[in-house]
Design a protein around this ligand. Sequence first.
Ligand code: PEP
Ligand code: MN
Length: 264
Amino acid sequence: LVAKSQSNQNTIVHLSDQVAIGGQKIVMIGGPCTVESLTQMETVARHLQFAPVQALRGGVYKPRTSPYAFQGMGIEGLEILATVSRRYNMPVVTEVMAIAQIEEIAAYADMLQIGSRNMQNFDLLKAVGQANKPVLLKRGLAATIEEFVMAAEYIVSHGNPNVVLCERGIRSFDSYTRNVLDLGAVVALKQITHLPVIVDPSHAAGKRELIADLSRGAIACGADGLIIECHPHPEQSVSDARQALTLDDMVRLAESVKPVAEAI
Ligand code: PEP
Ligand code: MN
């Protein structure tokens, strides 16, 4: 179902009346790794609303490596996301980790993120396949392109055609970068599927100083958008502080990808 058909028609996924991924325009999604407070999310939205950043991100259920690390604000975080989304007219995406969370998250968010660690959680994929919300499917930590495509197939075959693929780096031997951003996969996915493809250079690089160049590279490779972590005080982020951009750098980055998008 997700394979590119002869008609070459690409899927466009609508997050709101104004924001759609997969059309002519590049979509930029910005926000912190983790929702920490209303003030934090207000500051982010206020800063990004007039920049070429159309949507917000922020985790409220967090897949942390350590069980002792902050696990997210839960329902309180969802309320913050919904408030800020309404106030600043920006759709929001947040991660769903379990089937039991889908209904609750769908009541507050505009897009359901399936994180890397759950890319092959087939029961969860089937369940978001039955949800009436767009899905952002992130590539597994060590998933092949074929496995990634089949994960999307699970969602679409269960009734939800609104899937956006996200390349976020894969595991390799080099620890200098957190993961290896696979731009070859972006090119391939655009060729073999009709789904929109976006890139998360934040989790790929793991270091803020690499993100702007990787972003422009991703757009040059045909990505339909970017999802990038940024924070009012990056060094104070409760998670992924090392890769968080300042809000000013996020705005600058969003401006800088526009000419690249226009050139291709
Ligand atoms: C995230 O986007 O916050 C996240 C945890 O990403 P990933 O699943 O790609 O590691
Ligand atoms: Mn993160």
